[in-house]
Design a binder for this molecule. Sequence first.
Ligand SMILES: [Zn+2]
Length: 280
Amino acid sequence: MLHLMPELPEVEIVCRGLAMALEGRRLTRVELRRPDLRRPFPADFAARLQGRLVVRVARRAKYLTLWLDDGWVLLGHLGMSGRMLVGPADHAPPGKHDHVRFETDDGQQVIYQDPRRFGLMDLVAGERLAEHPLLEGLGPEPLDDAFTPAVLSAALASRSGPIKTALLDQRLVAGIGNIYAVEALFRAGIAPTRMARTVAGRRAERLVPALKAVLLESIAVGGSSLRDHRRTDGELGYFQHSFAVYDREGQPCPDCRCSDGIRRIVQGGRSTFYCPKRQR
Ligand SMILES: [Zn+2]
């Protein structure tokens, strides 16, 4: 079974959609429909946001950050099933899973919808954002120029355990989800079971561009449809293009077409798919 949850590219697409809707806009009305998601909302959440101007919308790992004109930041995470629905303010009765509604001074609204309620929202002073317990200790952004093969192999040098598991560790690199780790290792020709500390030199030089490429390609897929469907940006981009190996157990490898096909194993409780012939 394929579980679709927001990963870095999806969060980046949501971030861009929110930036279009909210940057430079004042929050004229904020409505909260329940006291908590994964954790309680901060005290006076709606009142503290109401009237504020959104200066900037950004992303750190899989967290969204809305920078406000009073120096505070709304820190958000979509959890397993959170979506941001952007459209004209309609004041329709809220849906069962519509937990927060933000209305802006240009007559638009953003509804946060989250059936499983693993998402979260917090308010943090901007200058202390990096120290927030959820953000401190996060590794580099994979798409930053500062994330290089040398940086990755230095971080891997002291690790025990396989490379696949290491890539999912948010302290090593922030925001690489299971699908992206699996697909990048296939492209780089690296076995997911290879000891992480041996991924250096040419292997690291293949893996870093592979990670960046799978992330950028899926952002581009979602980003191209975002332009036409502003209302439903939260729904788009859930890595719709076909995977080379992910969720393809037993199927022929798209690269070497070996007869054994794609193999599935479980590492750290997560499914890994790979070609034992191509990936070493
Ligand atoms: Zn193969």
